[in-house]
Structures are given as C-alpha cells and as structure tokens.
Design a protein around this ligand. Structure first.
Ligand SMILES: Cc1cc2nc3c(=O)[nH]c(=O)nc-3n(C[C@H](O)[C@H](O)[C@H](O)COP(=O)(O)O)c2cc1C
Length: 189
C-alpha cells in the first residue's frame, strides 16, 4: 500500500490545515498507509549546521529531537504532503526549520548531493493564505519544495488557497477543495 507522510505545519487546531488534514485522511482511508506528523505539537529545532550528519553514510542527525525519529519515515515513504499556512509571505518558521533539517540527507560526494535511500518520491505542498497574492505565494512554495530534492522528493506539486483567513473557511471554497482532491489523486497514483 502507498505510504504517505502528512506534515501539518499549522498551530491553529480549528484552522484550515487541520480541516484538510481530516479530509485527506478520510479520502485516503483504505488506499494508503498514512502517518501524520503535526509539527505544531513537536519539538523540531533549527539546524545547528554542525555537519555532524556529513560524517555518516546514511541520513542521520546528531541533534536528538522529534525530527530524528522521523528521518526513516521521510526516507521510506512514497509521498509527502505538507499542509501549512503562509506566514509573512513565506514558509511558517517551524516548517522552515523542518526543511533545514533535511540537510541531513545532503551528501557532497554524490553527483546529486543526496544520500536519500529513495529518490523517486512525490511531494505536494498545499498552503493556506489569509489574503494573497496567490500566484506569488505559489512561486514561493514551489521554490521551497525544490529544496526537498535532497531528501529524495523529485516530483512536486504546489497549491495555495487564498482568502481563507477565517479558521476552517477552506471548507467553503469548492475550487480549492477540488484542487485538494486532484492533489490526493496524484499522491495516490
Ligand atoms: C504570523 C502570521 C503571518 C501571516 N502572514 C500572512 C501573509 O503574509 N499573507 C497572507 O495572505 N496571510 C497571512 N497570514 C494568514 C494565514 O496565512 C491564514 O490565516 C491561513 O489560513 C492560516 O492557515 P491555518 O488555519 O491552517 O493555520 C498570516 C497569519 C499569521 C498568524
């Protein structure tokens, strides 16, 4: 069964990321083996840039927190789905810390700079913005998703739902919900 890792990077428990986390989980039931990692409830610290991970031949981080145990999950999943708000036109801080920690997959001796066990994984970023501009935010998300290639995610899709400042208001946006269903189909295919 397809193994999917959902990373929810919101702190708002009644917010949009949580609403779609529920929708994705229901939609994937029986079709995928789903693991949810709620960043807002976890201890994922910033990268120390110590290069300790560069002294090993497998993805590993010398900093022991909730990211360390997740490394094998990231490495062995078929696909990862990130659900997150836009904060100040950017990735929210805790998601940026999560991205930085994937530096533990970087291997400068490899032509593709990656020591990921699998390099064929899919990555979807579904983001929520109170306002917009959605086109600019989509570019920002795509630029950041590219950096996950080091962790073996080479195929990616981004969607940004704008105008959803009210917690849970994504559920009243039929076009964005349709886009979520398309993302789900793509992840499961
Ligand atoms: C610190 C902070 C910064 C924000 N910055 C932006 C922004 O730059 N642009 C925008 O459109 N919305 C911004 N928002 C609004 C959120 O993106 C929006 O409410 C989103 O739906 C939250 O998603 P969630 O409910 O999943 O947490 C910001 C919210 C917070 C708390």
């Amino acid at each position: 069964m397809t193994k999917i890792l959902i990373v929810n990077a919101s702190k708002r428990k009644k917010g949009n990321s949580y609403a779609l986390e529920q929708r994705f989980k229901e939609g994937m039931e029986g079709k995928a083996d789903v693991t949810v990692f709620r960043l807002g409830e976890k201890d994922v610290r910033v990268c120390l840039a110590c290069d300790g991970c560069k002294r090993r031949n497998v993805p590993n981080c010398v900093q022991k927190d909730d990211f360390t145990a997740l490394i094998p999950e990231i490495d062995t999943c078929d696909a990862m789905l990130i659900l997150a708000p836009v904060h100040w036109d950017q990735f929210p801080a805790q998601l940026k810390a999560f991205l930085d920690r994937t530096y533990s997959f970087m291997d400068f001796t490899q032509p593709d700079f990656s020591m990921a066990g699998r390099k064929d994984k899919k990555l979807a970023g579904y983001f929520f913005a109170g306002f917009g501009p959605v086109d600019v935010y989509t570019q920002m998300v795509e630029t950041n998703l590219k950096s996950f290639a080091t962790a073996g995610f080479r195929d990616y899709k981004a969607h940004v739902a704008g105008g959803v400042n009210v917690p849970g208001s994504i559920m009243e946006k039929p076009d964005d919900l349709k886009a979520a269903d398309e993302v789900m189909e793509w992840l499961l295919a």
